[in-house]
Structure formats: C-alpha cells, structure tokens
Write a protein that binds this ligand. Structure first.
Ligand code: XBP
Ligand code: MG
Length: 266
C-alpha cells in the first residue's frame, strides 16, 4: 500500500487565520490611502471571499457590488487594480512583520512532528508569495522557508483556486503523486482545488468557512489541536485522537486508500 510521504498546506485560513483581521484590514488601509471611500467590513468581506486572489477580489467587488465605478482620471482598470493591490500587500506585509498574525493552533507542532518523521512538505496557496515567506519567517523563523520543498503561490499558475492548478503545480514540482500525499485546507474553494488534483484533504474550519460544503474531506476539524486544547470533530471519525498528529494522518490516509474513497466521512 502507498505510504504517506508528503503534506501540502494551504495558507490563508489553514496555517493562520489571516482573512478577517489581516488581509481585510490591509485592503481597507490601501483604499484609505488611495482616498477611495470603500470599507470592507467583516460581513461584506465574507461575501468577497467567494473569489480567491486579492486582485480578482477587488475586480469582483467593483463589478458585482458597485454600480458604475471607474478609476479617477480614466486610469486603466488593470493598472488601477494592480497598484491598489500592491499597496494592500505592502500593508499586509507590515502587519506580518509586526507579528500581528499568529499561526493557528497545532500548526507549528504538526509541522515539527512531520519533519521529525521525514514527511515532505509543500505549500499550495492563492495568496501572494511574499505573504507566505513573511508569515513563515515571522512565526517560525527564516529557516522554516527551507522546510517546504515548494511554495506554490499566487499568480504562478493561470487559474487560482477552486481550479486545481496550484496543487497540480506543487505536486509536479515535488515529483509526488496524489496517493502519497494529504492536503490541508480551510474553505470550499480550497477543497475543490485539492480534490480537483485528486488529493485527499483534511479540513480545519474558521469563522468564515464553518458552513462550507466539505462532504469530500477525509475529516473536518475546528482546529489541529494542542495538548490540553483538543480539536472538535465536525465531520468524520478521529477515533481516540484529540489532536492532529502524524499517526492520525497515517491512519486516515491508510483508511482512505483501503476504502478507495477520497473522502472518509460517514
Ligand atoms: C486565500 C486567498 C488570497 C488572500 C489574499 O488564499 O484567496 O487571495 O485572501 O491574498 P489561500 P492576496 O486560502 O489559498 O491561502 O491579496 O495576496 O491574493
Ligand atoms: Mg485558505
């Protein structure tokens, strides 16, 4: 039977809860700096998260939420969006550097455990590459960038999540098959992408995604868990486990291979 050899992690919502108190704030700072009277509150931002990619999200907002917005002095839309997103990224990176965005529960523990067990690690995310390297450096130290064989991020692929491109790209770069790999996601767009690449997927939900459709997940948890801070199982069977460990991943992976299903949910 194929052994579990590799783990592919999503970033936003999975490694860290970055959206409501991170990206959203950075977008609003960029709008204010550009003297644009847009303010994405938590509720509106939750709707805008239907579209992955910050530039795509700004365009989505302009097209679907504003009636007839056009940039001042007739600036080209693409240029306007790119410039606004560049400043948003500047503000987001500032927040990361100031340590304002911590890793989610259990992430550091699982990464260290996986490394100790010799599992290969990769990242597959829609976000801008610098957002990943700054998050990892701020939370795990610069050496952590070496832990991941590939950081597949942002515009490196033609189609963002829910398209499978980013996961396919990461697997191609690492030379790994779907059967030897598990993916970690937090959202419906994310699992559509990972499943699109035939990857078995572990879900940890967050406030924006707890009601998403995760019927194709191996298991749905509210967090990865720590000693004294057990996860809650929202769907699937964790046996006697109370935190996401390599041993639990190996069990889920083996069970899924035996059942032949990409999802182990009852
Ligand atoms: C989440 C996204 C990203 C971020 C914003 O990516 O969709 O677009 O919301 O980052 P994932 P950018 O869950 O795949 O990590 O503004 O850099 O796109
Ligand atoms: Mg995500």
């Amino acid at each position: 039977m194929t052994k579990l050899n590799a783990l592919l992690f999503d970033v936003d919502g999975t490694l860290a809860d970055t959206e409501a108190d991170g990206h959203r704030i950075a977008f609003n700072k960029a709008f204010a700096e550009a003297d644009i009277d847009w303010n994405w509150n938590v509720e509106l931002y939750g709707k805008l998260l239907a579209v992955t990619g910050g530039k795509e999200r700004i365009k989505f907002y302009m097209e679907d939420f504003l009636s007839d917005f056009s940039p001042k002095n007739g600036e080209d839309i693409q240029q306007f969006v790119a410039a606004l997103h560049k400043r948003k990224t500047f503000f987001y990176l500032e927040m990361l550097q100031q340590g304002e965005i911590p890793l989610r529960s259990g992430v550091k523990r699982l990464l260290n455990e996986a490394r100790a067990e010799g599992l290969r690690l990769g990242i597959a995310t829609t976000t801008t590459p610098e957002n990943v390297t700054y998050l990892l450096t701020a939370t795990l130290g610069e050496e952590s960038l070496e832990w991941f064989e590939v950081i597949a991020a942002g515009d490196i692929v033609p189609a963002k999540k829910p398209a499978a491109d980013i996961y396919q790209y990461a697997m191609d770069k690492m030379g790994i098959s779907a059967d030897e790999t598990l993916a970690f996601e937090d959202s419906e767009n994310g699992i559509l992408s990972s499943n699109g690449a035939s990857l078995r997927t572990i879900i940890t939900t967050n406030s924006y995604t707890m009601n998403h459709d995760f019927s194709d997940a191996l298991i749905v948890l509210d967090q990865m868990g720590e000693d004294g801070q057990p996860f809650n199982v929202l769907a699937g069977d964790a046996g006697t486990h109370q935190q996401l460990t390599v041993a639990m991943l190996q069990e889920l992976h083996a069970r899924s291979l035996i059942s032949g299903k990409k999802e182990a949910l009852e």
